[in-house]
Design a protein around this ligand. Sequence first.
Ligand SMILES: Cc1cc2nc3c(=O)[nH]c(=O)nc-3n(C[C@H](O)[C@H](O)[C@H](O)COP(=O)(O)OP(=O)(O)OC[C@H]3O[C@@H](n4cnc5c(N)ncnc54)[C@H](O)[C@@H]3O)c2cc1C
Length: 484
Amino acid sequence: MPAPTADLMAPQSQPVRPFTQPPSWHSLAQEERTVRRRRRMRSADLLVAAAWTSVAAAIALFFASGGAATSTGPSGIVTAAGIVAGLAATDLLLVMLVLVARVPLIDRTFGHDKALAAHRRIGKPALSLLLAHAVLLTLGYGLSDGANPLRETWQLLTANLDMTLAYLGLVLLIAVVVTSLVAVRKRLQYEIWHLVHLVSYAGVLVAVPHELSAGAVLASGTPERVFWIALYVLAFGAVLIHRFVTPLLTSAEHAFRVEGVEVIAADVVSIHLRGKHLERFGARGGQFAVFRFWTARTWWHAHPISFSSAPSRNRLRLTVRVLGGGTDRLTRLPTGAFVSVEGPYGVFSDRTRTAPYLTAITAGIGVTPVRALLEDSALEPGEATVLLRAGDDGATYLWDEVTGLVQAGGGKAWSMTGHRPRGVKTWMSAAAVEHQVTLRRIFPHLLDSDVYICGPQSWADLVAADCRKAGVPAYRIHLERFDS
Ligand SMILES: Cc1cc2nc3c(=O)[nH]c(=O)nc-3n(C[C@H](O)[C@H](O)[C@H](O)COP(=O)(O)OP(=O)(O)OC[C@H]3O[C@@H](n4cnc5c(N)ncnc54)[C@H](O)[C@@H]3O)c2cc1C
């Protein structure tokens, strides 16, 4: 255990040059960052507007092409409500697919984790609308046929193969949403959850025949049919291209192979990869990729892993802490093993900086993207301040490299080791809390900084909350989540 004073904070380096006034580099780099940020905001607005417009257009097309005329009387109104719910649900399901397709524009605009979070948020409303679609149509048709809901359900289910497949799709999507609920997901092995999740593609696809054949909503030759076919092609095309074709081409072009595995600590290894033409790979320090290591023991589990140093022309380095069986097997990778790659992904890089100063706060293995980000940033004296946090001296992975980089860039690195005090909601060590250390004391330029945070989930959330409380605007807080 470290001594209590060392537990608080110790400067790991001193500024190379004393820094007082922001020099001229601020204005130049700042202009570029402002332009980039405006561009991202414009893309974000356009993408969100496109998603909502597609839902609105789907409903408007229905009403414009005769839906309004048939929405009369109790059965007509209930049936129309059921159709609208189904159209909105299907549109949202396709938006969800696009969000997980890893489309470069979406990744560059929002980041992969935010796209996934949006995908998760839409899941429950989409399923509710789908259930409403089934219930309302059953009631609406029942009202017009004079059949009770149970008989009507049976009639619909057995009407033809298209309808049976539509019910199957509904059941599959219910299974996907249920396994995504936090409580259930935590109990499932990642691979099982992932496999069930892949079923959602089938769930959406098996419902297509009933959409095209049932009723006159998407009748042949209508604008609605063209609109929906275009949406399906767009969503499934995005998945096919960005999740299958591009990764295949990327892996073939760069032909990554394991060059060696280096032990960093008892439970941490660095995996050195060698590849070709990495200047075309387009990776930035701070980003991650999804790696699959083609050995008999590891090929079936892909891992998202950040680069732990800035990619060079022919080399990549990953630093991995053993968490479960999958990462444990990575510690024994043989030299020469082929590695396929999806990526690079993520906005945890200096491309998303908006402020003159760079602040980074990391804990444990969360140091990896920050290490690469610092290496890939052209730092000016005084620009970067880094706080390295660890529960104990055994978790100080890559600290010497980070402090070296910060020092070379004329910045300041601090360390804070020691566990958090019991019963206090804080991300700091007990000693730091006792000495009333605050973010503003560690980072004098905090409010003029972009803050990059990476570490265990609940810890990182506390750091982000502390930053917001200190006055850092949300768009300047960049969190990398290792739990996806
Ligand atoms: C963007 C990102 C960057 C990461 N960078 C690093 C890094 O630099 N160094 C490092 O040590 N770890 C990193 N991780 C975490 C790493 O991916 C997991 O620790 C690892 O995949 C766990 O696999 P496992 O089989 O050992 O454990 P398991 O027991 O199978 O999984 C443990 C947890 O890891 C997550 N996980 C597992 N596989 C995947 C997957 N294919 N996709 C998404 N999440 C998965 C799940 O949330 C799961 O609950 C990163 C994760 C993400 C999302």
